[in-house]
Write a protein that binds this ligand. Structure first.
Ligand code: SF4
Length: 400
């Protein structure tokens, strides 16, 4: 068999409905075998652990194993990070997102001063890991804007990741030179029909271009790639999750120098006419999390403030390694009180200090910095880091 040239090529050989029925047909033996060999049977074990029967009858066993494997690999460490929204400009129409082009909201892209002001507030709150987020707009937040923002922030944080529009291999190589550590690129859904229903206009309508983004990142040898589906878009969440697992498996075999993270976001309320999302129940989320931990012992699993305080605390022991805290999902949101420009509303509204205290009280080690920027490849040779003094702004200086 010829090796697929990309994941979209690989996917052409897969049959969604055949995978859907095989998940329904999983029996106790396959699940028990997957648990006994601690998920080391690869994608077959993932299939068994994502099955309806596993969710119905084996959740307790899965939770115990998932907890043990996570503590063995990651100890008590929980890494904390904050998203920083740089812009809500977007040229796409996605029917589940507040930034969607047709939504009549005020648009904003942060200036240098505003970026540094946000950075100062996050630094004061203890963050050293920051995820830079933008909508998808080449004019406002193209390569020049992104590389400049990374140059501005690189001296102030140990770890910078991005969640922006899918880019070319050359562009990724360039951003890695500027010092990015990781790129989050969620496929939203691997079901092409459902993808077309929810992505109505703009570059994001190109399913395959998005699907092969992780291949381009692997070829650029980025340190980490974040994968995931947006649960609520597709009727059969089990098949979507299974495809995400196949994607992870494919990438790990091919781009072994890169590490991987996964998150399981569910649709949240947002500005505009909210779509009727397919319900992924809390119990299903638990199953997802445990299935992926057992399938992949090294995988970073991220839980965002989309989920409630109580659920986040309940999910903590089961496999989570990374959490956001005190998040704002609007550009300039840390400095401004107004939430009117946000992408979606968050559920856990505790401050980073409160989240950290909660973690300690439960015996976890909140980790603010576990990476040094010198491990990345910042283009520091021809870049003069702007100090706070150089910005000549008391407003910014006061933020740090
Ligand atoms: S999901 Fe992303 S691409 Fe789609 S409208 Fe929102 S910001 Fe734009």
């Amino acid at each position: 068999m010829t090796k697929p040239s990309s994941f979209s090529h690989f996917l052409k050989g897969q049959d969604w409905s055949a995978h859907s029925s095989s998940l329904q047909q999983i029996g106790p033996q396959q699940i028990e075998f997957a648990l006994k060999r601690q998920g080391q049977g690869g994608i077959d074990d993932l299939r068994a652990l994502l099955s309806p029967l596993a969710g119905e009858k084996y959740l307790e066993d899965m939770a115990k194993l998932s907890h043990t494997l996570t503590r063995k690999r990651f100890g008590q460490a929980i890494r904390l990070f904050a998203p920083m929204y740089l812009s809500n400009e977007c040229n796409n129409v996605c029917d589940y997102c507040g930034f969607s082009m047709h939504n009549k909201i005020a648009r904003k892209t942060l200036t240098d001063l505003e970026i540094l002001r946000e950075a100062g507030i996050l630094k004061k709150r203890g963050f050293d890991h920051v995820l830079l987020v933008t909508g998808e707009s080449n004019q406002q937040v193209g390569m020049n804007y992104l590389s400049h923002a990374i140059d501005l922030l690189r001296p102030h944080f140990a770890n910078l990741s991005i969640e922006v529009q899918p880019l070319s291999l050359d562009n990724y190589s360039s951003l890695i030179e500027h010092g990015i550590h990781a790129v989050m690129v969620y496929q939203e859904t691997y079901d092409q029909e459902s993808y077309s229903r929810h992505h109505l206009k703009g570059k994001k309508t190109n399913f395959e271009w998005r699907l092969d983004t992780a291949d381009r990142l692997g070829q650029a040898v980025v340190n980490k790639i974040g994968l995931g589906c947006l649960f609520g878009l597709t009727e059969d969440w089990r098949v979507d999750a299974f495809y995400a697992g196949m994607h992870l498996d494919y990438l790990e075999r091919r781009y072994w120098q890169t590490s991987y993270s996964m998150s399981f976001p569910r649709i949240r309320p947002y500005e505009g006419d909210n779509i009727v999302a397919v319900d992924l129940k809390d119990r299903d989320l638990v199953q997802l999390l445990c299935a992926f931990r057992i399938f992949n012992h090294e995988l970073e699993i991220t839980l965002s403030t989309r989920e409630s305080q109580q659920l986040r605390e309940n999910l903590l022991p089961l496999g989570v390694t990374t959490m956001s805290a005190g998040s704002k999902t609007n550009p300039g949101g840390y400095a401004e009180e107004s939430q009117s420009l946000e992408q979606f509303s968050i559920s856990d509204e505790r401050s980073p200090r409160e989240v950290s205290a909660m973690l300690k009280s439960k015996g976890y080690d909140p980790v603010w910095k576990d990476w040094d920027s010198s491990y990345d490849k910042p283009r520091m040779t021809n870049f003069d880091s702007p100090s706070l003094e150089q910005t000549n702004s008391t407003q910014v200086a006061a933020s740090f």
